[in-house]
Design a protein around this ligand. Structure first.
Ligand code: NAD
Ligand code: TYD
Length: 342
């Protein structure tokens, strides 16, 4: 494989960091440059091992900062830019939509403009199945395909949909060499503890209430994060420019079943489960049809949910210092500790 430089934005977050490790491991000759402004969701300690690798560089930069992004992209002259950076939590988007539009829409535009200006040969946008809106619970025969109309429900998904439309418009108008992936819910190591699975694991470990929204019957289609990384790897190397690829492993589960499973695996009582007020506009069901990426790129998920959830729970049990730092807020001083005198 010829040597490449890949810029990964949002690489200090959950999926981006898993992707950084996946790529450093799979392509020891590639240079991986992580661009992340370290919001509350970015944690440099997540990249501790990557920082020891000579082929890895971290740059604390905001994707909305056109000048800094231009400077960095000129310096690195990447072969591929992959945009993971986003505000990613639906509940936060309901409280404060503004930042979601700025980062997710305007940030994407800045990245694409700079790529165009510098003739960077390839751009990939990491999107979500949430742009399709939701499916009813009583129609298990329905799935999202790449042709399903965009029909976003939350400010988060609307901002991701806005970015997708902009990417497709750039492809058409400027022949911008981009691809898009729309993946279902991921789970695995380094998942920020505000999201369902890590929140429930950590609260259960601490014998704290497990807050289930509404009736707990909402369904998500869960994919182990490494399977998502492999899908993106295939798309950036073999995917067709201008195309959208749905990524999902046909693993639908209701929230309440997930929470009960976590209780069982940790030997905690279900009495910790507390039903709380429903999320506003709460999407009922997500379900991906991954036929296209399977047929065109040969992608199939490798990790079964029963194995993935065990690996994930073990990871949280074995990496307490990672999430205890987050819960205590100490991780936000980590950058200062690491880089303060540089
Ligand atoms: P995350 O919230 O864990 O990480 C986001 C990262 O982006 C953080 O490190 C944060 O510091 C960084 N970031 C935020 N704003 C930035 C900015 N303006 N400039 C530079 N960096 C910035 O999110 P995640 O769950 O890893 O999701 C990554 C991407 O994958 C997102 O685009 C999300 O929409 C998409 N996605 C997520 C899932 C999921 O289940 N988590 C599923 C499908 C798609
Ligand atoms: P989340 O992890 O926020 O992902 P998304 O909303 O992007 O799918 O939530 C997953 C599901 O879990 C969603 O239906 C909302 C629900 N949920 C709870 O019931 N309780 C919680 O504390 C959280 C964070 C989520």
């Amino acid at each position: 494989m010829a040597k490449k430089t890949i810029i990964v934005t949002g690489g200090a977050g959950f999926i981006g960091s898993n992707f950084v490790y996946y790529m450093l491991n799979k392509y020891p000759d590639y240079r991986i440059v992580c661009v992340d402004c370290l919001t509350y969701a970015g944690n440099l300690s997540t990249l501790k091992k990557a920082l020891e690798n000579d082929n890895f560089r971290f740059s604390k930069t905001n994707i909305c900062d056109r000048e800094e992004i231009t400077k960095l992209f000129k310096e690195e002259n990447p072969d591929i830019v992959i945009n993971f950076a986003a505000e990613s939590h639906v509940d936060r988007s309901i409280k404060d939509p503004d930042l979601f539009v700025k980062t997710n829409v305007s940030g994407t535009q800045v990245l694409m403009d700079v790529c165009r200006e510098l003739n960077i040969p390839r751009y990939h946008q990491v999107s979500t199945d949430e742009v399709y809106g939701d499916l009813p619970l009583d129609r298990p025969d329905l799935f999202f395909t790449e042709k399903t109309p965009i029909h976003a429900s939350s400010p988060y998904s609307a901002s991701k949909a806005g970015a997708d439309l902009l990417v497709l418009a750039y492809c058409r108008t400027f022949k911008f060499p981009a691809t898009i992936s729309r993946c279902s819910n991921n789970y695995g190591p380094y998942h920020f503890p505000e999201k369902l699975i890590p929140l429930m694991i950590i609260n259960a470990l601490n014998d704290k209430p497990l807050p289930v929204y509404g009736d707990g019957k909402n369904v998500r289609d869960w994919l182990y994060v490494e399977d998502h990384c492999r899908a993106i790897d295939l798309i950036i190397h073999n995917g067709k420019i201008g195309e959208v690829y749905n990524v999902g492993g046909h693993n639908e589960m209701s929230n309440i079943d997930i929470v009960k499973l976590i209780c069982e695996k940790l030997g905690k009582p279900e009495s910790l489960i507390t039903y709380v007020e429903d999320r506003k506009g709460h999407d009922r069901r997500y379900a991906i049809d991954p036929t296209k990426i399977h047929d065109e790129l040969g992608w199939l998920p490798e990790t079964k949910f029963k194995d993935g959830i065990e690996k994930t729970i073990d990871w949280y049990l074995n990496n307490k210092e990672w999430w205890e730092e987050i819960i205590s807020g100490d991780y936000q001083n980590y950058y200062e500790k690491m880089y303060g005198d540089k």
